[in-house]
Structures are given as C-alpha cells and as structure tokens.
Design a protein around this ligand. Structure first.
Ligand SMILES: Cc1cc2nc3c(=O)[nH]c(=O)nc-3n(C[C@H](O)[C@H](O)[C@H](O)COP(=O)(O)OP(=O)(O)OC[C@H]3O[C@@H](n4cnc5c(N)ncnc54)[C@H](O)[C@@H]3O)c2cc1C
Length: 322
C-alpha cells in the first residue's frame, strides 16, 4: 500500500505542464494511491490531458488573476488542505514552487524538506533524500508530526513517463484568503529569448569553464559547438561569477541539474559542486589540458588538450560532416 493521497503543485509554460511537474507526477504515481494536482492559472483545461496522462486524476484549478502565483497557490492550498487532507504535497524546487511552499509552510505551521533528490516510502514513513557537502554525502530525512508533509524536489530527480491515464478532472478551487500579499500585482512578464533547446531539457549540453580563458571565447567555442550538436550551452559557476555568462546557464549544486544523453565539459576542472549537477548524464566528454583534472573521473571520453586547439577542430569536423 502506498501513500493514500499525494498532491503535486503543478506549474506550466503556456499550455503545457513543465517537465518538473510531470517528473513529480510520475514519482507520485509510483508511491501514492491517489494523485491530484493543484494549479494556479486560467488555463487548467489545456493541461488536464498531460497531467492525467502522467498520473493525476484531478486538478484543483485556482484562477489567481494578476496576483503572484505563489501567494494564491499558498492561500488556496491552505484552504484545500484543511478540507481534503492530503498526506503529502510535492513542489518542484523552482522559483514558483519554493514561493508557494514557503508561504504554505507558514500558514499551516508545518516544516518543509527542500532540495530533495529522491523520495522513499518505508512503511508509514516518508523519506526525502538530500545531497549535502557538495554532493559528497546523501542524507535521508524522515517526516514526523502532523500531515500533510511538505517537500520540494529538484528537477531531474525522476524521469517523466506517461502512465496512460485519462485526462484529469478539472475542479475550480477557491483562491482562499491571501491577505495583504494579494495586493502586489504582476504588471508585466518578460520571457527570456533563447535559441535552441532549454538547458534542463536538452539532449546535448556543452558547458564551458574557466579553462576557456575569456568571456569572448564562450560564443565561438561553447555556443558554436552546442549549436552544431543541436544542444544547449551551460557553464561552471566560475565563469558565471566572473560575469562571462548569465546565472541561468550555471550547472551544479547551486545551478541547474542536467541529465542529457551527452554532456561536453570544456575547460572545467570537475569540482564536486559542478559534478553533482551533471554526473547523471548518459555520456560525458571532457576536454581539459590537465590530465589529472577531477572531471576525468566521471568522464566516459576524455581529451587531454587545449580547448582552443581541440574545439575548433571538432567544430570543423562537424561542419564538414554537414
Ligand atoms: C557552496 C558552493 C556552491 C557551488 N556551486 C557550484 C555550481 O553550482 N556549479 C559549479 O560549476 N561550481 C559551483 N561551485 C564552485 C566550484 O567549487 C568550483 O569553484 C567551480 O566549479 C570551478 O569552475 P571551473 O571548473 O570552470 O574552474 P577551475 O576550477 O578554475 O577549472 C578550470 C579548468 O580548466 C582547465 N584549463 C585551463 N586552461 C585550459 C585550456 N586552454 N584548455 C583546456 N582546459 C583548460 C584547467 O586545467 C582546470 O581544470 C560552488 C562552490 C561552493 C562553495
């Protein structure tokens, strides 16, 4: 027997649920008896098919208007939790997920477990795994006290797999009382322009580190190679901190977790904090001039050499192949 009732706080981009929501639903389906979603937005009907296919039987849909989604999400959830008593509420470790989760934690006066990388059930106990000390140590923490248990899980902790369920039933839910927080309104939204696939979802990721030498080298080495491989470009924290590329490209403990089929590390030493964000990739290719660099300990293929010499040759060969 699994956990009787699990809720997933759903998020969407346009009319599609984000992958991290589908990942949580896939896991919830595995460990729960009943799986439902709570979603803030006016387009729940458009999401019902994909949410149902991944395991949700019901979507509690809250139209929050132009109030911040986390504010409405928490007030709606507080009311819904009191009425329907789920055992576990799962959030993605995303900006909106964390916003709703932290506000809900205060409203319900319940603790949260965040930054989880796995969820386990042992009898009546629910455990959340978290990587600490830069990913060197994994700890399992068990919830105690009153339900619902509240947890945030990092994207890419589970694979998103459809289970063949029918479209979820969409039920309108009350936004609840958000108090003065509802006075702050969203006036404008800015969608960052991006060429090629999203970093977290790309099947190929090419990342650059301090070894590329300068901000100017990022375009011709990292972005060019990523483009030729139909992939996304990423970065180590060293070059994000140096201001060479934006934070949205950072891979690692304090950046994004990626699990592509191919991860190419250019001039990256392989600090544990970087490895924790990419070591789940299917195949890792590292190019580094230091044969002793720790990145080679996780690499399937390694080239000991100067990125300024090796990468242009690789680009040339890929272009020649057409
Ligand atoms: C709390 C905390 C959180 C952190 N979170 C993250 C995180 O999320 N992501 C992350 O990446 N880091 C993170 N870090 C930082 C991490 O510890 C490392 O400092 C960082 O990853 C190093 O980046 P790097 O490999 O680009 O640079 P370096 O460690 O300086 O490595 C550069 C590499 O390039 C090689 N090289 C130099 N020149 C060339 C060349 N011409 N050709 C080929 N190779 C060359 C060198 O041999 C070296 O191996 C975190 C640190 C802390 C303390």
């Amino acid at each position: 027997m699994g956990i009787p009732k699990i809720w997933v706080y759903a998020e969407a981009e346009g009319d599609k649920p984000v992958t991290s929501t589908l990942e949580l639903l896939t896991k919830a389906r595995e460990i729960g008896d009943a799986v439902e979603c709570v979603y803030v937005g006016a387009n729940a009907d458009a999401l019902a098919g994909a949410l149902g296919e991944h395991g949700a039987t019901k979507v509690h849909a809250v139209d929050g208007g132009d109030v911040l989604s986390g504010v409405v999400g928490a007030s709606a959830l507080a009311a819904l939790v009191a009425a329907e008593q789920p055992d576990l509420v799962l959030f993605a470790q995303s900006y909106d997920g964390r916003d709703a989760l932290s506000r809900l934690s205060v409203k319900l006066d319940r603790p949260v477990l965040t930054n989880g990388t796995d969820l386990k059930v042992d009898g009546d106990s629910v455990l959340v795994s978290t990587a600490i000390f830069g990913g060197n140590t994994l700890v399992d923490t068990v919830f105690e006290g009153e339900k619902p248990f509240l947890a945030a899980i990092r994207p890419k902790s589970f694979a998103a797999e459809p289970g063949g369920g029918a479209a979820a039933e969409v039920v309108a839910a009350d936004p609840g009382d958000a108090g003065r927080a509802a006075e702050a309104k969203v006036l404008e939204r800015h969608v960052e322009e991006r060429e090629g696939p999203k970093l977290e979802e790309a099947t190929v990721v090419v990342s650059g580190g301090r070894g590329i030498g300068s901000a100017e080298a990022y375009g011709p080495l990292v972005e060019e190679l990523a483009k030729l491989l139909n992939g996304a470009s990423g970065a180590s924290r060293a070059i994000v901190d140096a201001g060479w590329v934006p934070y949205s490209k950072q891979v690692g403990q304090t950046g994004k977790t990626v699990k592509p089929k191919l991860y190419v590390a250019l001039g990256i030493s392989g600090a544990t904090q970087h490895l924790v964000g990419m070591k789940g990739s299917d195949t890792i290719l590292a190019i580094n001039k230091d044969g002793e660099a720790p990145i080679f300990s996780v690499a399937d293929l390694g080239i000991v050499g100067d990125v300024h010499k090796v990468v242009p040759k690789l680009i040339e060969a890929l272009k020649a192949r057409g």
